[in-house]
Design a protein around this ligand. Structure first.
Ligand code: ATP
Ligand code: LTN
Length: 330
């Protein structure tokens, strides 16, 4: 399963909330598409999730739910590894070692921390601040070639590359430098209630996002109620028509029809008709997705996660051992 001659892909999602269409289109869908070409490792990053407060019982369920979402989205455990981050202790150990070469100035630049901490910069956890270093450890442990993520993670992957390069300069060639992979058209799905902000599981209102576990009928209503722009033409123009452009993007990605074709089809027709049709597309997608999702048994997921950790642990330990030697603690 760890295919010797194939390049390695690593990515992950936090089990910290309802996974939504942004996570699916921006990240997980492209993971599924990469499985044949690459040796893929997909992680449920539970250590990242606890950087903000979590209810322990809810978190325990969400770890399983998140892995189920990967499976329902087409991640095939026969082809790719799925595992839980905390099952491989090397993640926390390498993060500590990298902490000792990461600089405060690097982390102070991270916009996601600034956004998430907001006015509470002094009271949020050290873990939230240090989050990108743990993410760098995740990636570097597996000699990763490519990291497919949405746009909000670009800065974190760039930091990972910088940390690896700095470490290599200081201690000699140790880490492979990973490349970022972005599916441009899906990299930033916007909120349905505010197309100026990305769709997010920590949004204030559930009208912001379509959760992959939303009832299809309810999701359809969210599309009908989605904010639109002034004018009535259905054309793709992110600057002047951000709301319709976002809906066109979602429509195109879910139906596999090009935006150009959709614009042609809806020429001279109003927002109402367009949204009715998109609501139907979303409803169908969720119905199919959930049919797969609800068939997956918890016990099977636990087996898949356990087997996944066993498969990747030796790779992580080999890297960690090399790093320990380089820094002189082994
Ligand atoms: P939050 O918004 O609460 O921070 P999130 O929804 O961004 O969480 P993550 O677990 O941080 O979820 O992200 C998982 C993956 O989904 C990442 O690769 C991220 O870039 C991608 N992603 C998240 N939101 C979007 C979005 N709106 N559009 C495209 N990709 C997204
Ligand atoms: N920070 C990422 C999740 C994440 C990740 C990773 C993504 C943790 N470790 C390693 C790619 C590679 C996020 O999406 N919020």
């Amino acid at each position: 399963m760890i295919k010797e001659n194939k390049k390695t892909v690593f990515s992950g999602v936090q089990p910290s909330g309802d996974l939504h269409l942004g996570n699916y289109l921006g990240a997980i869908l492209q993971w599924a598409e990469m499985q044949d070409k690459y040796s893929c490792i997909f992680c449920v990053v539970d250590y990242h999730a606890i950087t903000v407060r979590q209810d322990p019982a809810v978190l325990r369920d969400r770890i399983i739910e998140t892995a189920k979402m990967y499976l329902a989205a087409g991640i095939n455990p026969e082809k790719s590894v799925i595992f839980q981050q905390s099952d491989v202790s090397a993640h926390a150990e390498l993060a500590w070692i990298l902490n000792c070469s990461a600089r405060i100035a690097d982390l102070n630049k991270m916009t996601q921390f600034k956004e998430k901490a907001g006015k509470n910069q002094e009271t949020v956890t050290v873990g939230l601040y240090d989050y990108p270093v743990l993410m760098a450890a995740d990636i570097l442990l597996y000699n990763t070639d490519a990291v497919p993520v949405g746009e909000d993670q670009i800065q974190h992957v760039e930091l990972c590359r910088d940390l690896a390069q700095r470490f290599n300069r200081q201690f000699g060639e140790t880490f492979k430098i990973p490349e970022l992979v972005i599916k441009e058209e899906a990299a930033r799905i916007m909120g349905l209630d505010d197309p100026a902000k990305k769709m997010s599981k920590s949004a204030a209102s559930p009208a912001n996002y379509i959760a992959l576990a939303d009832k299809p009928e309810e999701a359809a209503k969210k599309i009908i109620k989605a904010v639109t722009d002034s004018g009535k033409e259905i054309i793709f123009n992110k600057d002047n028509k951000p709301a319709i452009s976002n809906l066109l993007t979602i429509y195109s990605l879910l139906s596999d029809e090009s935006i150009k074709d959709l614009e042609k089809r809806y020429r001279g027709r109003g927002y109402g008709e367009f949204k009715e049709d998109l609501a139907e597309v979303v409803k169908e997608f969720l119905t199919d997705f959930q049919e797969r999702l609800y068939k997956i048994k918890d016990s099977d997921v636990k087996d898949i996660l356990r087997a996944g950790a066993e498969k990747v642990r030796p790779i992580a330990e080999e890297t960690l051992s090399r790093v320990k030697e380089r820094v002189g603690i082994k």
